[in-house]
Write a protein that binds this ligand. Structure first.
Ligand SMILES: Cc1cc2nc3c(=O)[nH]c(=O)nc-3n(C[C@H](O)[C@H](O)[C@H](O)COP(=O)(O)OP(=O)(O)OC[C@H]3O[C@@H](n4cnc5c(N)ncnc54)[C@H](O)[C@@H]3O)c2cc1C
Length: 489
């Protein structure tokens, strides 16, 4: 069997490595950072533990399928728990809404907010279930390889069936009367780093998946998922090297020859799977591929994030595990992020308190708050070195106004990450969290393909390629790329 190198130890890279090692390939995985997991990572300080990236898991069956393939039970490696409520939402006027997973509680909650929307919820879920059935196979389970396969797909002809001719927001408004519920359902476009006012309504499948299958947490912290995959990969014989930065993908006559590490070491292989962001890889690792690099640089990145890790010396009883403090002007927020490429003046703020599920993540009586604000991808219009302090103050002040009284005074540990930090830590181009944005109905077809065009033996895996960003999708990307490598071996 040919040897395979995986560049990057994010979840997509790990999934691909596991599948190919299980199929008998000799796999070496090279990660530049000291720990695997990529954006799903860990930060601990002063008795507080924080997940640094994903905090909510959907489609847990994708994880089960990976372990089952390798002849294992996922339950022997990690424990998944549903989170109740999946999220607690707060509005500036004092309205609060709990998205319960248990249906009777959810119905009661919607009844309280907007009685006609109980029936509308079921109509919406029936509609989005049909979209899911139509797109699951070609977009999620067997993603295509890009624009060339577009012609063979019936999907474009099927625009109305998959609701791709209107925006997420237009579809959501056609179902729900309550402006609160409209905002809740619009939020799901941010799960792939896009705007609900621009991305096609096909992406309403994201809320369908969460409402139909639930939102999950990994006991001990989301990082346990990275640990579980690392353990499985090692058991299957993957050679894992951390602090190993790839500086160049070596080519020989338009075919992959191996990689050169930043310390000069060369490793030869017939197949190289890049889990690094493809836009960054073309710029940094494939210096001769200027035209592709330039084409990718012109595509719209997904949003980035402004992150605060706060250790708090008190307990805010109103906080659930997942909380969203909404902006009072959602369209203006997305216009700022995607059109003007500047931080929103009245941002929606996500607050995760994993200490609600894992009390050991903070000292007794304290809380570990992971605060994420959608931010524009890094670019010339924001000088984060200058603006991170004032923006941090704006976020804290908003949370104080919305009920986290005296939050600023309760902070006993603090760290800030701007889009520049996200870019630097993971080599994520522009600090984009989900690779490319899905802000128009052709975006999916413009993503870099799983199998690089014109360079034999080169592949991509993860949020920068197909089917897209987010934990389950990058794991499915691992499946799709492994199938291609096996077919080409
Ligand atoms: C703040 C934040 C919140 C998020 N919230 C959620 C959520 O709630 N739910 C969800 O499902 N998803 C969420 N995501 C998205 C999710 O984390 C990503 O889509 C997913 O983890 C990306 O996986 P990946 O396989 O694309 O690899 P990445 O995580 O991008 O990893 C790529 C790896 O490659 C390494 N690398 C890059 N270049 C080189 C090189 N030259 N040599 C060696 N190694 C290299 C990097 O260091 C990195 O470890 C969030 C992300 C962030 C940042």
């Amino acid at each position: 069997m040919n040897s395979v190198i995986v560049v990057g130890g994010g979840l997509g890279g790990l999934a691909a490595a596991i599948r190919l090692a299980h199929a008998g390939h000799s796999v070496t995985l090279l990660e530049k950072n000291e720990r695997l997991g990529g954006k799903l990572n860990l930060h601990s300080a002063d008795g507080y533990t924080f997940d640094t990236g994903p905090s909510l898991l959907t489609m847990p069956w994708v994880i089960d399928e990976l372990f089952t393939l390798a002849g294992r039970r996922s339950a022997d490696y990690l424990t998944l728990e549903p989170v109740e409520p999946t999220c607690r939402y707060y509005w500036p006027d004092g309205t609060v809404f709990n998205a319960w997973q248990q249906l009777p509680r959810l119905i009661q909650e919607i009844q309280r907010l907007s009685p006609p929307d109980v029936e509308n919820l079921f109509r919406f879920l029936a509609h989005t279930a049909r979209i899911y059935d139509a797109v699951a196979d070609s977009f999620l389970l067997h993603p295509f390889d890009g624009v060339h396969e577009l012609l063979t797909l019936r999907l474009l002809r099927d625009g109305p069936r998959i609701d791709s001719l209107r925006s997420v927001d237009a579809a959501v408004r056609s179902f729900f009367r309550s402006s609160y519920l409209q905002q809740v359902f619009n939020r799901y476009a941010t799960y792939n780093g896009s705007s609900p006012y621009l991305s096609p309504a096909t992406f309403n499948v994201i809320s369908y998946i969460e409402f139909a299958e639930g939102g999950w947490y990994v006991r001990g912290g989301m990082y346990e998922l990275a640990r579980a995959l690392e353990r499985l990969a090692r058991e299957l014989g993957v050679c894992i090297r951390t602090n190993a930065e790839v500086a160049e993908i070596m080519l020989d006559n338009r075919a992959v020859a191996g990689v050169r590490l930043s310390d000069g070491e060369r490793i030869r292989a017939a197949h190289v799977i890049v889990n690094a962001d493809p836009r960054d890889a073309y710029r940094r690792l494939l210096a001769g591929q200027v035209r592709t690099a330039e084409r990718l640089a012109r595509l719209e990145p997904s949003c980035s994030g402004f992150v605060l890790f706060l250790g708090i010396n008190r307990d805010y009883a109103q906080l659930a595990h997942h909380n969203i403090f909404f902006s009072s002007d959602y369209p203006a927020e997305f216009a700022a992020i995607f059109r003007k490429r500047v931080p929103a003046v009245d941002p929606t703020i996500y607050v995760a308190a994993t200490c609600r599920s894992d009390p050991q993540h903070a000292p007794p009586g304290h809380m570990n708050l992971f605060i994420l604000v959608n931010a524009p991808a890094a670019g010339p219009r924001v000088n984060w070195e200058r603006e991170s302090g004032p923006y941090r103050d704006l976020v804290i002040a908003k949370l104080e106004r919305m009920g986290l009284t005296d939050l600023g005074a309760a902070i006993s540990y603090e760290q800030i990450w701007t889009p520049l930090d996200i870019a630097e830590r993971y080599y994520a181009a522009d600090g984009a969290i989900y690779g490319l944005a899905s802000n128009n109905r052709f975006s999916a077809f413009l993503r870099p393909p799983l199998r690089a065009r014109g360079l034999r033996g080169l592949y991509f895996v993860g949020g920068g390629t197909h089917p897209g960003g987010g934990i389950p999708l990058v794991l499915l990307s691992g499946r799709a790329v492994a199938e291609r490598v096996r077919a080409d071996s």
